[in-house]
Structures are given as C-alpha cells and as structure tokens.
Design a protein around this ligand. Structure first.
Ligand SMILES: O=c1ccn([C@@H]2O[C@H](COP(=O)(O)O)[C@@H](O)[C@H]2O)c(=O)[nH]1
Length: 224
C-alpha cells in the first residue's frame, strides 16, 4: 500500500521546511505545500521541496472567476503538482475550467467546507443545511464539473464516498488519539479517515510540531 499521508509543510522558512521533509520522507507519501509556504517562496520553494523526491500537493485553494483560476492553473503547470485544490464555492464553471487547464497527471480537488468550521459557523453564514448536506451538495457539483474529488473532514468522508464511488477524497483535520486539536473543529484519527474512504490523509502539526517528528510520523504510519 502506498503511504496515504501527505505532510503539510506549513513552515515559512525554506531551509527548515526542506530539512523537515528530508527527515520524515521515509514515513510519508508526499508533501502538501499551502498558502503559507507558497506565498513566501513561490515556484522556487516548490522546486526545492520537490527535490526531496516525493509527490507535491499544492493546496492553493484557488477561488476566483473561471478565467483567472484557469490562468493560475496554467501558471503552476511547470511545477507538475500531483494534486491542486480549488474552492467548490467558486462554482461549477470555475471548477470545469480549472480541470481543463490542469492537464494530465494532476488531480484537481475541491475544498467543500473547511475542517476549522462546524455547524454554528454555517448558521452564521446564513446557511440552513447541516454540515454533511452542505458537503454532499458541493461534492455533487465538483463531480458534475469533472473534478477528481473533494477535500472534506473525516466526519463526512463515508457519506461522500457512498454518493461518489470512484471519487478521490482528501481529508485534513486529522489527529492521533489525544493530540491537540488546535484550530480544527471536525477532527478524526488518521485510521478512521482511512477506513472511511480517504485517499489522502493530510497531517501537519501532529508531525511537524512534535518533539520527535520522525517518531510521530512513524507512529501514525503504524496505525494505518
Ligand atoms: O478543510 C481544510 C482544508 C485544508 N486544510 C489544510 O490542512 C492542513 C492541516 O494542518 P494540521 O496542522 O494537521 O491541522 C493545513 O495545511 C490546512 O491548511 C485543513 O486543515 N482543512
């Protein structure tokens, strides 16, 4: 089995991020580079981390009009990411154009509802539906738009998997039992997410901020 864990390298210093990647590379399947790292280091930073030799997931959460998102997808083409995120709330046309611009070999997945949000946050945004219904609705739109899959929490992945059998599901908000939750609200263990149908497990601080990141990554791998 390929290791499904992508380590979120939310580390602003390029040398420290690369050193972390080198340290844990035997115990993860890839690296996720998000806004913190990309805004600081752009294409150069991505190329540095890619030298470590594992797949790169660019979690840029693109969200704009279709033409702009398609242009952004074309601008990251040369980095050959294996996965890129857009926001499902950008709409179906935006997702269609993002997928068309991505080219072969790059999965495009739509962020549905951030794992740092929960039911009361939806209410405050004026949305009457439950979290699961909202995620299922956005997942259906992403499927119709031709995307490869979605990002959701471990709370919804089983329901989404039932609705979208061959979808590709990326799950962040993962915590080993007893680990600090921090700003995440919809949390499950890596093993639970895997059992419920997640294809990629995104894990950041439980590894990157552990006293011993190699041991933390190894211990998570052993539970899968
Ligand atoms: O809904 C989402 C979408 C993306 N993320 C990203 O995943 C990691 C999680 O990091 P932890 O340190 O394990 O909490 C982070 O890079 C987020 O930007 C998410 O958490 N939730």
């Amino acid at each position: 089995m390929t290791n499904p864990v992508f380590l979120a390298l939310d580390i602003p210093q390029i040398d420290a991020a690369k050193a972390m990647a080198e340290k844990v590379k035997a115990h993860v399947g890839g690296f996720k580079l998000g806004l913190e790292f990309f805004c600081a280091h752009g294409h150069h930073g991505v190329r540095e981390i890619a030298q470590v030799g594992l797949p790169i997931f660019l979690d840029l959460k693109l969200h704009d009009i279709p033409n702009t998102v398609a242009g952004a997808m074309q601008s990251i083409h040369t980095l050959e990411p294996s996965i890129v995120t857009v926001h499902a709330s950008g709409g179906r046309a935006m997702m269609e154009d993002a997928k068309a611009a991505a080219g072969d070999g790059c999965k495009v997945v739509a962020v549905t509802m951030l794992t740092s949000l929960s039911g009361p946050d939806l209410e405050r945004m004026g949305m009457a539906s439950s979290v699961e219904d909202q995620v299922l609705r956005l997942a259906e739109m992403a499927n119709l738009a031709g995307l490869d899959g979605i990002v959701c929490s471990g709370h919804e992945v089983s329901a989404v998997h039932s609705q979208w059998k061959d979808g590709f599901f990326v799950v962040p908000g993962l915590r080993p039992a007893g680990a600090a939750v921090g700003d995440q609200k919809r949390v499950v263990t890596p093993r639970q997410a895997r059992d419920d149908g997640a294809g990629v497990l995104v894990i950041g601080r439980p590894i990157s901020r552990a006293d011993d990141p190699v041991e933390a990554a190894r211990a998570i791998e052993a539970t899968l």
